[in-house]
Design a protein around this ligand. Sequence first.
Ligand code: DMJ
Length: 663
Amino acid sequence: MQWKSLVLGLLLLRLGLHGALWLAFGLGPSMGFYQRFPISFGLQNLKGIEGRAASSAPPYWLGAPGVRGPQPSRRTPAEQSSRPEKGPGTPEPPGPGMCPKSYWASLLGGWAPGGGVDEYERRYSSAFPPQLRAQMRDLARGMFAFGYDNYMAHAFPEDELNPIHCRGRGPDRGNPSNVNINDVLGNYSLTLVDALDTLAIMGNSSEFQKAVKLVINTVSFDKDSTVQVFEATIRVLGSLLSAHRIITDSEQPFGDMTIKDYDNELLHMARDLALRLLPAFENTKTGIPYPRVNLKSGVPPDSNNETCTAGAGSLLVEFGILSRLLGDSTFEWVARRAVKALWNLRSNYTGLLGNVINIQTGTWVGRQSGLGAGLDSFYEYLLKSYILFGEDDDLEMFNAAYRSIQTFLRRGRRACNEGEGDPPLYVNVNMFSGQMMNTWIDSLQAFFPGLQILIGDVENAICLHAFYYAIWKRFGALPERYNWQLQVPETPFYPLRPELVESTYLLYQATKNPFYLHVGMDILQSLEKHTKVKCGYATLHHVIEKSKEDRMESFFLSETCKYLYLLFDEENPVHQSGNGYMFTTEGHIISVDKYLRNSPWKKSLSEEEVGEHQEEKMSRSKPLELKVNTSGLNCNRIPDERRYSLPLKSIYMRQIDQMVGLI
Ligand code: DMJ
């Protein structure tokens, strides 16, 4: 009978704990009380019926004067990078030689102090054994190999693989206005070119060498294809430059990736392509390039004068590398002029840029400012250009942009891992007023936590990533657009995009928290389950119905598979200190070295200065250590990877899961 009262006692204790949590915060493990509620950043009262009624009121910034709510954050990035506190389930660090029960229990099974089982602790902060990591790494490699081999067997030399019907796909010649296809597919074996450095990163030297030779011998840019300047730059030009650097690297960290009798052919090809893109920068009054060019004949006569900010303003990394490798300033000069022109047209009040601009008049046609489509890589390349080239202007622009983002786009509570209110989210606003324009976020924005990692704003990165991961958990994919107020996908397709995996990988590198390995495993498994088809991986047409489209975009191999593989490949040369690599926006690796900091046309940076800049950069971008429980090393029977608590307190993780309607 004694055990019965013990069980009853525990049950009552647990009910009591849940009740207390629920009353105190409106949070707690789901016991069937909860209704889904829309996010209103401080408006929703989670206490029962009242909460549901309140949640239908418009959010405060949409015009509910006098309603209290969190103000857009005005903290500086430095202030926001404070270290998260220990989670509620974090075990007390044991004293020397002793390991309290709660400590062991929490590490081994997720029993939170106080007796309640914390499902988040149990699910995510347990160990990720090396064998499982190796299994996941092999799964990611297999995923790449399946897509790549099928592309080579059924699609090459065409641009993309149609994975359902096992066929190749090139530009849509019958419908030139089909920009969804024609912007990207230039009839230049896109998937093969885009995949080159992934082969090297996976250590497959024979296939890398074969693929490079194929590219040299069969790919030509002398094609009657009208492509988007941005897409051709990041997918093709960037990949050629990355592979060229891998081939010519005297260290050869990935194994022997040299090519016999290599005569800089990939660099010459990159120059040829860039020269064909240059007409986009001519006859534009602002210096902002036309969005598209025909590779043979230049800017089409009927060309659109409108371009998106990311498309026009994120060419500097690839164009800058090309210029510095060739000693020819032209490419960097035009790309830099475009960035400056866009930057000078930002709002005086918010400091924000819109998403679409007229390249002749400099008028903003799209006044929406956000972190996703149309703007994403613009911010990314301000920072990455600085990391690569060390030009202070780029860092200054990035810092100013980041301040505006934190001030006008970020909503929700100040700190992510403590306090009351909604978890932070970055919304879309009018660039001139800062007023919110809609209630959706897009899947492209999921790259942003990765960028926050690069500047050391780890806490914000953890929180935003958690939001996207919650959406992923709900649908097994990320819808292209998700309405966070209605809790529904607004644009329901998922074209195998990499952004969430990219952030997951960078967060893992910064924190080494096994939570991110669990996230990666989850993503890997849902990709296998929902997108694998006869000859590859297919775009999800609808994330709820899981219906498919017969398309596998090239970034699936060049980014999604690469980041998944790197996440689990602890020993990869990319991570080894001394090999400083940076990823382009298409996931191509570029080693950060002094060579790229020399601009022969600008002798202002002496070697010494370059050295100083490097140190400065390193101190700025040094990720914060989030490892906790180091004192737990006394309990040396627990392997190291078990010594972490959740990166985001489970109470907040649960709150986010509720906000996306997951629980
Ligand atoms: C990639 O081509 C690049 O990452 C780009 O910056 C935008 N996103 C796509 C993949 O989603």
